[in-house]
Design a protein around this ligand. Structure first.
Ligand code: GLY
Ligand code: MN
Ligand code: MN
Length: 443
């Protein structure tokens, strides 16, 4: 799915409005990252640059200048010029003509002219918006431009204020439009299929990377890439929160935790499921799984317009602590255990994050020092877990090495939470049934 240029233009209109008259915003895309000699990582541009421009090539800088009024603004795109030989080696380029014709730029110049042209654009502006402190070389570049503006004009011609561009753009990105939600639904649907397939294909003795390949097959068939490095952790590997080696055998009797989602049209899904390698939960696995599931369902129900962002986390902590006491993994008074954060031995991360063009999407979690209120159009993950270290001698041996997380993507709506990823089997019965059906069909 490709957004029409109108969508990006409307975003630039809004940005210009919020900047006000006589301001300038400069935003660059990400550089190409080298993997090793002569081999680059597949290019993926900067998320906010994409959000404002729809332009996906590297070596590009967008400049938005407002004049006497914010309505009257100029959008200039500096990009790679077309180049016959370079395009034979490295692929097509829009060039400046394409920037004007296909990306609705008001003006376009070859990227080589940025340093020369920007000085005139900066002079006499009140405020310069850019992403202060994000990339050292860009910070240096801006300082140099300001010095040159003072030299070529007068020190009084230098913008009087440097403003953090992210403060505006991040807040725009927090509330998703209908088009963005449609993309996220597709990313979610493809990722759902990948998780379902993994549940059906897993077998004791399989390697974690072979199970990861089942996810990648579905992603690639849909023209997608993983939105982040997939986690496929069998047994105690599930207790390593950012486990990405995925190079161990999946053992009979263990659980496997998969945290994976695809990126579709620049938008991410982020799903975690934990299920038994042999298709049947053991009693200990069942007890902990049901506890995490209860916490997750209650947390999803707390995703309501007007609720605090942190409300689902509080719900999770309360349910997990009560459950851990009942199961004998924690001892003592519930309120004290919560206050002392005694649960952090077993649940050491937050309950979610914003989701969008970035898997950990932008946007403030607090406003005026308080947890912000949820609004319709926000998308967040709900992902409680429990992780019992394999060497934790303080708990009964039956619990050790069990790691469980359950994660879904939730859209805040006026009618309540809408789970974009609810089609992946999640209850113990659903998971065992799906796995049994597939086993029966392939025996
Ligand atoms: N997959 C990253 C996360 O769940 O936050
Ligand atoms: Mn997540
Ligand atoms: Mn995740």
């Amino acid at each position: 799915m490709k957004f029409s240029q109108d969508i990006f233009e409307q975003r630039r209109d809004r940005l210009a409005q919020m900047m006000g008259a006589n301001c300038i915003a400069v935003i660059e895309t990400s550089p190409v990252a080298m993997r090793n000699r002569d081999a680059d990582y597949k290019y993926r541009g900067d998320s906010s640059f994409y959000y404002l421009t729809g332009f996906t090539e590297p070596e590009a800088v967008a400049v938005i200048e407002t004049f006497d009024t914010a309505e009257q603004y100029c959008y200039t795109l500096f990009c790679r010029e077309r180049h016959h030989e370079m395009e034979i080696w490295n692929g097509r380029r829009a060039g400046t003509a394409g920037a004007l014709a296909d990306y609705a730029a008001h003006e376009a110049y070859a990227i080589e002219f940025l340093d020369e042209n920007i000085i005139e654009m900066l002079q006499a502006k009140e405020q310069l918006y850019y992403r202060i402190g994000q990339r050292r070389d860009f910070d240096h570049k801006v300082t140099d431009w300001l010095r040159q503006t003072a030299e070529q004009y007068t020190p009084a011609a230098v913008p009087k204020q440097l403003r953090q561009l992210d403060e505006i753009v991040d807040e725009m990105r927090v509330i998703k439009s209908a088009d963005e939600i449609a993309c996220m639904e597709t990313a979610a649907a493809i990722s759902v299929r990948a998780h379902q397939r993994a549940m059906q294909q897993v077998r004791p003795g399989m390697m974690e990377y072979a199970l990861e390949a089942e996810l990648n097959y579905i992603f690639a068939q849909a023209g997608c890439v993983p939105a982040y490095t997939s986690i496929v952790g069998g047994g105690a590997n599930a207790c390593i929160l950012h486990y990405v080696e995925n190079d161990q055998v999946l053992n009979d009797g263990d659980l496997v935790l998969i945290d994976a989602g695809c990126e579709y049209a620049y938008y991410a899904a982020d799903i975690t499921r934990t299920f038994p390698v042999n298709g049947k939960f053991s009693p200990a696995q069942k007890a902990l799984y049901q506890l995490v599931l209860d916490a997750q369902l209650a947390a999803i129900a707390a995703v309501q317009v007007g609720a605090h962002y942190h409300a689902p986390h509080q719900v999770v902590v309360e349910i997990l602590v009560k459950g851990l006491v009942t199961l004998g993994l924690l001892h003592g008074d519930i309120d004290t255990l919560i206050e002392d954060e005694a649960y952090r031995r077993f649940y050491m991360h937050g309950t979610g994050h914003w989701l969008g063009i970035d898997v950990h999407d932008v946007g403030a979690y607090k406003q005026q020092g308080e947890s912000r209120r949820l609004e319709a159009g926000m998308v967040l993950t709900i992902e409680p877990g429990l992780y019992i270290a394999e060497d934790d001698e303080t708990v009964d041996a039956k619990w050790r090495g069990i790691g469980i997380r359950i994660e879904d993507d939730v859209l805040v709506t006026a009618q309540g939470p809408r789970v974009l990823t609810d089609q992946v089997a999640k209850s113990i019965d659903e998971i065992e049934q799906l796995m049994a059906q597939h086993k029966a069909a392939t025996c």
